[in-house]
Each structure stands twice: as C-alpha cells, then as structure tokens.
Write a protein that binds this ligand. Structure first.
Ligand SMILES: Cc1ncc(COP(=O)(O)O)c(C=O)c1O
Length: 358
C-alpha cells in the first residue's frame, strides 16, 4: 500500500451495540478518524497535499488526535495549534505521535483564544508554503465521509426511525442524517448541544462539556436536518457517561453520555420506534475527570442524580443549565431565532414532532 493511502480501516467504523429492544449505540474508537482520512485522501488526490508534505490545523480535540494518527503512518508533518486548555493526556499522545504542538499562551482581548489560534495557524501556514489545512468546520469532505456509517447502519440495523447525536463541527450528524434520509425521509433527527454553545442559538459562554458545541457556527452544521435539539449540561452528561459504562460496559467519553441520556429517554418514550445514537470517542482520556468520583463531586451543579426528562423550552434563549429540549422543526438558525416563541409543550416532544417539520 502506498504510504499516502495508509489508514485504519479496521477501526474507522463504529461497533453497533444493542442497548435496548429499540435502541442501538454506534460506539466509535475515535469517530474523527473517518472524516480526517477522507479529507487527507481528497487533498492528496487533488495535489493539495504532497507526499511528505505539511498539515496545519487548530484543534485541541479528537480531530487533532485523528490527524496525528494518520500523519504518523502516512509520513506527513503535522503542526497543531492549541491553547492551555488542552488536556495532559491528549498533549502527551500528540507528542508521542510526532506532532509539532504550538500552544497559544494568551487570548486576544477581542476574539479570545479562538482568534489568537487562527492567527497562529495563518502564521504557521505562511512559514510552511504549500501546507494543507483540513478545516473540519467548513470542509465538505467532513460530512461526506459519514456515508460509510449510514451505509453500515442501514445494512446492519435496517429501517431507522430516529437518529440522535452530539453536534460540534456538525459533520457527523449532518452527514449521517442526510444519507439516512435518502432511505427514510421521515427520519426524526435529534441534535445534542450544551448550554453556552452558539451552534443552536445560545449565547457564547464557558462550557465544561467539550467536543460538542462551539463558540462559532460551523458551516458544516446543516440546521435544516434537525427536528429537535437538546442542550445537556456537563454534570448530567458525565453521570450518563458513567451509567453507560456500568449498564453496558461501554467506556466512552462525555459526549457519548450526553447522547445516551437523550437517546435512552426518547427510546423509552417511543417503544415502537427504532433509535440509533452516536458515541464519538472512548473514555481513557477522561479517567482523571469524568471517571473520578472526587472530581465529579467538586463539579458546579453536581447532584449525582439524573433528571427524568428534559424541560421543553419555547426558544433557545430559554435553555436551562441542566437539560432542555426544543422543537427545531428542520429550520435554519435564522428562522428559529427570528420566529415567534413556539409553544413549549412537554407532551409534544415524546411524539417527537414526527409529523411537524416546518
Ligand atoms: C468527543 C467528540 N464528540 C462529539 C463531537 C462532535 O462531532 P462533529 O464534529 O461531527 O459534530 C466531537 C467533535 O470534535 C468530539 O470530539
């Protein structure tokens, strides 16, 4: 196999695990391996990434780890720009994989770390002419990569009524929803975000639950795919992550817990509907945090108890810190934010708004 096309085909796709009669989890080793591989393949095929070339990206999450794994086996140089919030576990792993890590030490007064990191990324690309930046937030090969997951789900599970997953860059949920809707236009799609993320209309703010959510709205989020949005707080997501481990032996990260919380609730309320939910990464990176009782007990808002159900809200601005749900109705962000407040009805959601896409 030529060096440029090496990858990890045996563990790019998730294990499909049956969690209840009508609920399946798609548990990834590292979900970002799939879009990262597709982006590099396309760039190499189009000559935008030369053999032995340089890749530059800004990330402090799983996308950087996936790029690092691929760069190491394909012989690319990888420069990642991050900030001091990068966790120690990931930091060490990236160095072990040969990444050049540039940590931006100070946020800008206007634009914070995000703008400071983008400036550093631009500088790195100027220093390395001809380098390739994958740009997962806007690169259409990110959502496109997930055709393989949709195919796997359709082959192994068959007809699916509801897809539930977290939204960060938007690639996974927008991509899988688009492909599965070719098979079932009535597929009910639920996106999971977190309070203080702007992706579905909350004001930007500090977030403890990472991986999902964003401080900017990525072009790869296709808002019109979503019927329903839930915002899950960090304590609830982390407790649900622990339940996933104890109840199903799935040792996953915090965004998997957030997805599981929503999917378990929705599946119990719709016993005759088949539900698939996405678990994006494994739990090893969170051993000292999510899987540490003392760390959890010190968490602001920690109660150790999961809410029974979300609170239905009339508008994204009404989202509460713990767990809220909203009938998005396959609208654009603009349409939602400029619309009159919808009736917030707790009864309306369990039927899932299956027939009420606007
Ligand atoms: C751990 C984790 N979960 C969920 C997501 C969200 O996935 P997507 O970017 O496809 O929306 C990400 C994105 O980086 C992630 O790192």
């Amino acid at each position: 196999m030529p060096r440029e096309s090496r990858g990890f085909p045996d563990y790019e796709l998730p294990r499909l695990v049956r969690l209840a009669d009508n609920l399946y989890g798609a548990a990834f080793f590292l979900m970002k391996l799939l879009p990262a591989r597709h982006m590099l393949d396309r760039a190499a095929a189009e000559g935008r990434l030369k053999p032995g070339g340089t890749i530059c990206e800004t990330t402090s999450g799983t996308f950087g780890l996936a790029l690092a794994m691929l760069a190491a086996v394909r012989g690319y140089r990888l420069i990642l720009v991050s900030d001091p919030a990068i966790d120690e576990h990931l930091h060490k792993r990236l160095l072990e994989l040969g990444v050049t890590l540039e940590i931006v030490e100070k946020p800008y007064e206007i634009g914070g770390f995000q703008t400071a990191r983008l400036d550093r990324l631009r500088a790195a690309m100027e220093t390395h002419p001809g380098s390739f930046c994958p740009s997962q937030y806007g690169n259409a090969d990110n959502p496109r990569a997930y055709a393989e997951v949709a195919e796997q789900i359709a082959e192994r599970i068959g007809h699916v009524d509801c897809l539930i997953g977290t939204v960060g860059s938007g690639g996974s949920m927008s991509g899988i929803a688009r492909f599965l809707r070719h098979l079932n236009p009535d597929l009910h799609v639920i996106g999971v975000d977190t309070p203080n993320s702007v992706v579905f209309g909350q004001p930007d703010g500090k977030r403890l639950l990472r991986g999902l959510g964003n401080s900017l709205v990525p072009p790869n989020v296709d808002h019109r795919q979503f019927d329903e949005i839930h915002w899950v707080g960090a304590p609830e997501a982390f407790l649900a992550t622990r339940h996933l481990h104890r109840g199903h032996a799935l040792y996953q990260g915090g965004t998997s817990g957030a997805a599981h919380l929503v999917a378990d609730w929705w599946a119990r309320n719709h016993p005759d509907r088949k539900v698939v939910t996405l678990f994006p990464d494994e739990g090893h990176r969170y051993a000292a945090t999510i899987y540490n009782d003392d760390w959890l007990a010190a968490l602001p808002g920690w109660t150790g108890v999961l809410p029974e159900a979300p609170r239905a809200v009339a508008h994204p601005s009404d989202v509460r810190p713990d767990w809220s749900s909203f009938r998005w109705g396959r609208r654009t962000l603009d349409q939602v934010l400029t619309a009159e407040k919808m009736l917030a009805s707790d009864e309306a959601l369990p039927d899932g708004g299956l027939a009420e896409a606007a």
